[in-house]
Ligand binder design. Structure first.
Ligand code: SF4
Length: 159
């Protein structure tokens, strides 16, 4: 098994999933499932948790790395799940080094949560991708509209 990516949420997340896969492959990561979550509603977070449990059942030996907006805003929720090996923030998920550390030293030697304060991020690195797997139309990232501030999207429901 190489690297599988499961994507929730918007087109930006879909684009970033391709970047993640490419960076993880370039870092030499293998046997991993990257789950790129969305935090727009409680239901989106619930679906991510459900998918993580299912992924673990179907891939007992894979490294499960959870990232995306729900991981950014609720890192501990995902870190507490026994099925999860690593939680990456929205900035860290785009960095090759995040995956290289796991590929080189193993998941056991990596701190389980690598999520920084998103408000400290002043720049997001532009990435080019070769294509979007499973889609006939590509997306071009022109602007990162939310600048990863997350509260732009999150709908607090139920009130
Ligand atoms: S929270 Fe917003 S930016 Fe993040 S994946 Fe969901 S819709 Fe996209």
């Amino acid at each position: 098994m190489s690297i599988d990516v499961v994507t929730f949420g918007c087109r930006l997340n879909a684009y970033e999933s391709e970047v993640m896969k490419s960076e993880a492959e370039a870092a030499g990561l293998k046997d991993a499932v990257l789950i790129n979550t969305c935090a727009v509603t409680n239901e989106a977070v619930r679906q991510a948790r459900q998918t993580i449990r299912k992924t673990r059942r179907e891939n007992p030996n894979a490294r499960i790395i959870v990232t995306g907006c729900a991981a950014q805003t609720e890192a501990e929720t995902f870190a507490e799940m026994g099925e999860v090996d690593l939680v990456l923030g929205n900035s860290e998920k785009l960095e090759r080094a995040s995956y290289g550390r796991v590929a080189q030293f193993g998941i056991e030697e990596t701190e389980k949560v690598r999520v920084n304060d998103i408000m400290s991020v002043r720049e997001t690195a532009g990435h080019l991708i070769d294509g979007l797997e499973g889609r006939s139309r590509a997306f071009v990232q022109v602007q990162n509209g939310c600048d990863h501030r997350c509260t732009f999207c999150i709908i607090l429901w139920p009130w």
